[in-house]
Design a protein around this ligand. Structure first.
Ligand code: ADP
Ligand code: MG
Length: 890
């Protein structure tokens, strides 16, 4: 029987949580529908019940796990069930009558079952014959945050002394009979943390399958999500099969035969039949073409097989199933047929029955112990399953579930688990933000006069988007709480100017500002740009980089420490301990995805709660921003400065690079400049990839008469700077470079970007590279040269996306779909998989809901002090905070 299958559809499903007796009763109630089915029309269904004994035993184990008092009735129910599946017809009927009577002693049962039980003079002695069974709230030993109890386990007629009787293990049960006090979350948690190795009677083979995958505890095993499902609810009779049907049958092997096909490959034919001996009419031939060697020997006469596939016509009109999916099953194996069954990634098909059996037992006996950590109100509002139910149903979906939908993680069970993950992620972020908000920060002067003064040095008027964003920033900076804001703007949207204005607000209020960038070239460029705008203003800009440790750097550091320099622009060298500030008030981090969380924190620690502005050109899709930055304030520049022209992007196969060179040559003739970017620095014997060094030589020939320069990561900083200076000044026509120029370089006269081995670059890198051109008014080109033979499907998709759109946000969405979130936010080094079940691309809608709920919860109960939030608070600390710490900002 499948839990939930007989429950009326619709939310909220209430289980686990501390309403234990209600849950125990429900476990037993689940037996009523099959029992009614079996006894209907003079026990017509009795012989058709499959594995009902198992089901009953599972229900008893669950009832016990929820603290149902151990009682003679419960024990006898288990005994009767043990013999049921193997019993012949008349015994089955007697057993069913007995079960009805015993159940009647434990829970309210429907009229028809009472009648049957009465006829057998085994009527329940407890008065359960109320017209409509009403739940009777039963006092719980502890205050119960979720007071609803839908049903109750009736006190046994032998008195509650039974509760102390039998602490030992119930047959077939992992948990034993020791009841767990309702609300004892720690005890439940311990049980879920049980190592698989310590479970009694867990089959070693499936256990090893799970352990190999790092799933060593019950909970980890339950979180081993299925990748697919097959509906085996109805197993068909061979007799009823027609040609063309897709069906599952359960039958025994009668004969096997191996033949050779014309090409010499083996052909395995397995005849199966239903029933004893197999009447001729109900035989079916399973045909395997060229089966693997182990399969040839895998069937023995008498084996029970569950075969699924399409019915086709074989020789002589015989019905056959070609290449069916087969599983050897035990006739009583309720984990592998008679229901929708799960498939997992990794284990082979023939390993699945045993794995499912173990999973089924974990689901039946231990999953219901999972504490529901979502606040009850949230669960009710969003119509979510309880955690225990979700864990069970994710493995064994209730009848009627669409297997395709479930495999796409769109089933109610997955929905609940996804919601949970995203909810806690948002809660972690929102809590952290509470902390930031509460701290005292700096209130800068952001009066209209101060703002006008801040933008005055800029040689252009801010765009509307820049102005809007600057107002948002100024509003934050004017408040005494520390600012923590993310500024998003596509490549070339003019973030630097906005950062400049913000820094000027800090400077004019008497504070210092720091701008941290990922490369020395950028530090150089930004320092130069800022100093240019500030020429004659008396505000000094210092450049702090790791290289060039000579006199110049000592001077720069001293200027920052003594406060002569009001603005410091630098690389991670800014983080060095030796670099101190006189009065750091604003930290701006450019291209933040290059920096780790800790690095940012280090810089911030150099001031007393400075305001923080994090800028990124990697367009972070809303889902990702929500997930990783949660409640971090956002500003977005959604407009490019005037006079930009779109960049024409074209893809060339390796053999057509000449066409790309021709185009570049035309641009050179117009006096424009060209970038050529390579993915590698050095030639390696093993790789025939063209590298920048030999590329530069080759290009000097291709563009004969033009000045070709080379820039790569191994060069000394001064050399790099010199090359960059010459290119900026127009002394070099062509700049051959590795990806060091990827970020932020600004040379408006460059109109062509050629990317060699474009298939090797990520989408955001390509977009960044393309952003290096199209900065002036002239039409620009991005020419992607790809070696398609070596490119995977992902690369093709990326390159096509580059051709199709200039929109960084659209590209980021494509990237998220192709690669997942890790790389986009730079968490890949952490080795931590942040999200186990949610997918930010797919689950955008759930993420929004989770975020709303997380915010609302903290607004209502900021410290999560209320009793109904205790489980949430504990889960946050124990289960989630560590795992999600990576999602920190600032
Ligand atoms: P990014 O957002 O990629 O860092 P930058 O700040 O480097 O962009 O700006 C790109 C170019 O646009 C620079 O040359 C900059 O001077 C110019 N720019 C920025 N804002 C404006 C504006 N409002 N009007 C004209 N040009 C602008
Ligand atoms: Mg920039």
């Amino acid at each position: 029987m499948q839990r939930g299958g007989e429950r009326p559809p619709g939310p909220p499903a209430r289980t686990n949580g501390p309403t234990d007796l209600g849950a125990a009763a429900r476990a037993l109630e689940a037996l009523l529908p099959p029992l009614r089915f079996a006894v209907k029309d003079g026990f017509a269904g009795a012989d058709r019940l499959k594995a009902f004994g198992d089901t009953v035993r599972g229900a008893v184990a669950r009832a016990r796990a929820f603290g149902a008092a151990d009682s003679p009735a419960l024990r006898e129910l288990q005994e009767v069930a043990g013999a049921f599946d193997a019993a012949p017809g008349p015994d089955r009927r007697r057993a069913l009558v007995r079960m009805a009577a015993l159940l009647g002693a434990l829970i309210p049962i429907p009229q028809e079952l009472r009648e049957i039980a009465a006829k057998a003079r085994l009527a329940p002695r407890t008065p359960t014959a109320k017209p409509a069974p009403q739940p009777e709230p039963q006092p719980a030993p502890e205050p119960d945050p979720e007071p609803e109890a839908e049903a109750q386990v009736h006190p046994d007629h032998h008195g509650s002394a039974g509760a102390q009787e039998k602490p030992g293990a119930g047959a077939g049960s992992f948990t034993g009979a020791a009841p767990i006090a309702p609300g004892d979350r720690a005890a439940r948690r311990r049980l879920l943390q049980t190592r698989l190795a310590d479970l009694p009677r867990a089959h070693p083979a499936p256990r090893a399958l799970l352990e190999e995958r790092g799933r060593t505890t019950v909970e980890a095993a339950l979180e081993f999500w299925p990748k697919a499902y097959q509906d085996r609810t109805t197993v068909r009779s061979i007799r009823d099969l027609r040609l063309g049907d897709e069906a599952s049958v359960l039958a025994k092997v009668v004969a096997t035969r191996t033949q050779r096909m014309r090409n010499g490959r083996p052909l395995l034919k397995v005849t199966v039949a239903e029933g004893e001996g197999g009447a001729l009419g109900s035989a079916l031939e399973l045909v395997f073409f060229n089966p693997p060697p182990w399969r040839l020997k895998s069937f023995a006469k008498g084996d029970s097989l569950l075969a699924s596939g399409k019915i086709t016509e074989g020789f002589g009109g015989r019905r056959q199933m070609s290449q069916p999916e087969v599983e050897k099953v035990q006739p009583g194996d309720s984990a592998s047929f008679g229901r929708i069954v799960p498939f997992y990634v990794g284990p082979a098909d023939h390993q699945h029955p045993a794995l499912r059996k173990l999973m089924k037992r974990l689901c039946d006996e231990l999953a219901p112990l999972a504490t529901d950590e979502l606040p009850p109100a949230v669960r009710a509002r969003r119509g979510l399953l309880g955690r225990g139910d979700a864990l069970q149903q994710v493995h064994f979906p209730p009848a009627g579930t669409d297997p395709v939908q479930a495999a796409a993680r769109a089933s109610p069970a997955f929905r609940r688990l996804i919601f949970e993950e995203l909810f806690f992620l948002q809660l972690v972020l929102a809590r952290r933000r509470q902390g930031v908000r509460a701290a005292e920060g700096i209130a800068f002067d952001v009066s209209p006069a101060a703002r006008a003064r801040a933008v005055a040095p800029l040689p252009f008027a801010l765009t509307g988007a820049q102005q809007r964003v600057l107002s948002e920033i100024a509003l934050d900076m004017g408040r005494p709480e520390p600012m923590n804001r993310l500024l998003q703007g596509d490549v070339g949207s003019g973030k630097t100017a906005v950062a400049f204005a913000a820094m000027m607000l800090a400077v004019h209020s008497g504070w210092q500002a720091a701008l941290m960038v990922p490369t020395e070239i950028l530090a150089e460029q930004h320092a130069r740009t800022l100093a240019g705008w500030l020429a004659g203003s008396g505000v000094e800009v210092a450049r702090v980089v790791a290289a060039a440790r000579g006199k110049e750097q000592r001077e720069a550091r001293a200027a920052v420490a003594e406060g002569r320099a009001r603005i410091a622009v630098g690389t991670h060298a800014l983080l060095e301990e030796a670099v101190g500030f006189e009065k750091l008030g604003l930290v701006v981090v450019d291209e933040q995805h290059r920096f780790g969380v800790l690095q940012r924190a280090q810089l911030i620690a150099k001031g007393r709660r400075p305001d923080v502005l994090v800028m990124t050109a990697t367009p972070i899709p809303r889902t990702l921003a929500l997930a990783f930055y949660g409640d971090l304030d956002h500003s977005k520049i959604d407009e490019l400065p005037p006079g930009r022209t779109p960049v024409a992007t074209k893809l060339y196969g390796d053999s057509r690079r000449k066409a790309a060179y021709d185009l570049a040559r035309e641009e050179l003739e117009r006096g424009r400049q060209v970038y050529v970017v390579y993915p590698l620095v050095e030639e390696s014997e093993k790789s025939d990839l063209a590298d920048a060094t030999s590329g530069a030589e080759e290009l000097a020939r291709v563009f004969a008469g033009r000045a070709v320069g080379l820039l790569h990561g191994r060069m000394k900083a001064e050399e790099k700077r010199a090359v960059m200076d010459r290119f900026r000044a127009g002394a070099l026509d062509v700049l051959v470079a590795t990806t060091v120029i990827e970020v932020g370089v600004d040379v408006p006269n460059a109109t062509v970007m050629i990317v060699e081995h474009a298939e090797r670059f990520g989408l955001s890198q390509l977009h960044q590279l393309r952003g290096r051109v199209g900065r002036g008014a002239a039409k620009s080109h991005c020419l992607l040269i790809a070696h398609f033979r070596r490119a995977g499907d992902d690369a093709r998709e990326r390159l096509r996306a580059m051709e199709e759109t200039q929109d960084g946000f659209e590209l980021a969405r494509v990237d998220l779909r192709i690669r997942g979130p890790g790389e986009l936010v730079g968490t890949q080094q952490s080795g931590q998989r942040l999200l186990e079940v949610a997918d930010l691309y797919r689950d955008e809608a759930i993420l929004e809901e989770a975020r709303e709920e997380a915010r609302a919860l903290l607004e209502e109960d900021p410290a999560l002090e209320r009793p109904e939030h205790a489980a949430t608070r504990e889960a946050l600390a124990e289960r989630w905070a560590g795992r999600l710490s990576i999602a920190q900002v600032g």
